[in-house]
Ligand binder design. Structure first.
Ligand code: KE4
Length: 430
């Protein structure tokens, strides 16, 4: 079945006249999967509707934030009421304290936190803070992990950087990049070598505790515990970048799921319920260095704005309802089991990963544990699978190196409709 995308094509032509690549974030451009991006008219529950009237079951969910689905009734009603009280005050409001308190309830390690407007702001601020607290300059990240687009983090990054095959990014001064060291994900030995080489120069190790930006790659047993031990031993801070995993893999994030106490945590996505938000926080003795209580400067015009706070509060309250996490787990398991059976039935070699309600399907016969093994994927086959799923009404992330997400709106009927599309898609690959 060929999709009618006439209106999207015209809008894409217009968009390219004024927006680089026609998009406001690179991975949306479909460069990795071929074809042109669809322009969206609206979202509703588990569905996206494009400007040509096509309906899709959505597994991108705005790249993770929409854990309750699109235009969820309680979120919409609360935002309608909030917007009538103004959109931004540029001054403290009780909403920020309330949302911070709710986050701390689920992640007690975040003794204090600061709201910002994106995950990028959260990670770059957390690293500035870690450098100030330790008075050291070097940081360590892992190949294939993505922590937003701050200069120091665009080194062997995942997500769109990997999708577009960019070596890293022009415009990042060598002087900046040289203080960012990288190690293979799930490889403690490489990390120990770096620490042995720079025993007193590492300010922090930043990690996606479950990598989501090379596709979903879980930590191997002992990896996160090893990070904790090594950073403690060498006086470096451990930063869990939970922008994607926070309130996604567990109500208390990966730090609760794996029982690890990071020194700092970054959040985003779900805590804003679909509005622009980020947060960083952790040990109070570290956070008190942040201005105005301390000398480390960080600021933001719209930080903690009442609309994002409102959407975040409604979303996190909804996630406290009985049975929500079991529902998400059941829906994700139903989908991934079904996908695995369909792949097996057609003999297509795939690797499947899932942690909570984030999942990936890798087109490779190599077990994926890090960026080198993820790179064995047949991205051309992924692109053909993606296009077939799209033609059959399912909207996956337009890159092999991204995660899929499920919402509370993804009922069994929606999952089963997805599996019907997947059956057609797998057969189109044979
Ligand atoms: P933002 O600046 O995009 O809000 O957050 C950056 C970020 C930080 N840390 C992690 C673990 C993240 O996954 C992200 C952003 N995730 C990507 C999806 N892979 C956002 C989608 C995009 O770049 O368009």
């Amino acid at each position: 079945m060929t999709l009618i995308t006439t209106r999207s094509q015209e809008l894409f032509r217009q968009a390219q006249q004024v927006l680089p690549g026609g998009v406001d974030s690179p991975v949306r451009a479909f460069r990795a999967v071929g074809g042109q991006p669809l322009f969206i008219d609206r979202g509703e529950g588990p569905y996206l509707f494009d400007v040509d009237g096509n309906r899709f079951i959505d597994y991108v969910l705005s790249w993770g934030p929409l854990i309750l689905g699109h235009a969820e009734g309680r979120v919409v009603e609360a935002l309608k009421a909030a917007v009538e009280r103004g959109t931004s005050y540029g001054a403290p409001s009780p909403l920020e304290t309330e949302l911070a308190g709710m986050i701390r309830q689920f992640m007690p390690q975040m003794e204090m936190l600061r709201f910002v407007n994106s995950g990028t702001e959260a990670t770059m601020s957390a690293l500035r803070l870690a450098r100030a607290f330790t008075q050291r300059d070097k940081i360590i990240k892992f190949e294939g992990c993505y922590h937003g687009h701050a200069d120091m983090l665009l080194v062997q990054a995942g997500s769109g950087v990997a999708t577009l095959g960019l070596p890293d990014s022009p415009g990042v001064p060598a002087a900046t990049a040289q203080d960012t060291l990288t190690a293979p994900f799930n490889d403690l030995q490489s990390l120990e070598l770096i620490f042995a080489h720079y025993p007193e120069q590492i300010a922090a190790v930043i990690v996606e505790p479950v990598a989501g930006n090379m596709g979903v790659v879980p930590p191997t047993p002992g990896f996160l515990q090893g990070l904790r031990q090594l950073t403690s031993r060498f006086g470096a801070l451990l930063i869990f970048d939970e922008v994607m995993t926070g309130f996604r893999v567990h109500s208390g994030g990966a730090q609760t799921l794996y029982d690890i106490q990071p020194d700092l945590t970054t959040l985003g996505k779900v805590i804003g319920g679909g509005l622009p938000v980020g947060a960083y926080g952790g040990r109070a003795d570290i956070m008190r260095l942040i201005a105005p209580s301390g000398p480390v400067y960080q600021a933001g015009t719209l930080s903690g704005n009442p609309l994002a706070m409102t959407a975040g509060l409604i979303t996190l309250r909804a996630l406290q309802e009985p049975g929500v996490w079991q529902r998400l787990e059941q829906a994700a398991e139903r989908l991934c089991l079904g996908i695995g059976q369909l792949a097996q039935a057609t003999g297509i070699p795939v690797q499947q990963t899932r942690v909570g309600s984030m999942f990936s399907l890798f087109f490779t016969e190599t077990p994926v544990v890090d960026w080198p093994t993820v790179k064995t994927c047949d991205t051309g086959r992924f692109g053909r699978f993606f296009q077939s799923m799209l033609e059959n009404g399912v909207y996956l992330a337009p890159s092999q190196f991204e995660a899929g997400f499920i919402s509370t709106a993804h009922t069994d009927e929606v999952i089963d409709a997805t599996l019907a599309a997947a059956q057609v898609a797998f057969h189109s690959l044979v």
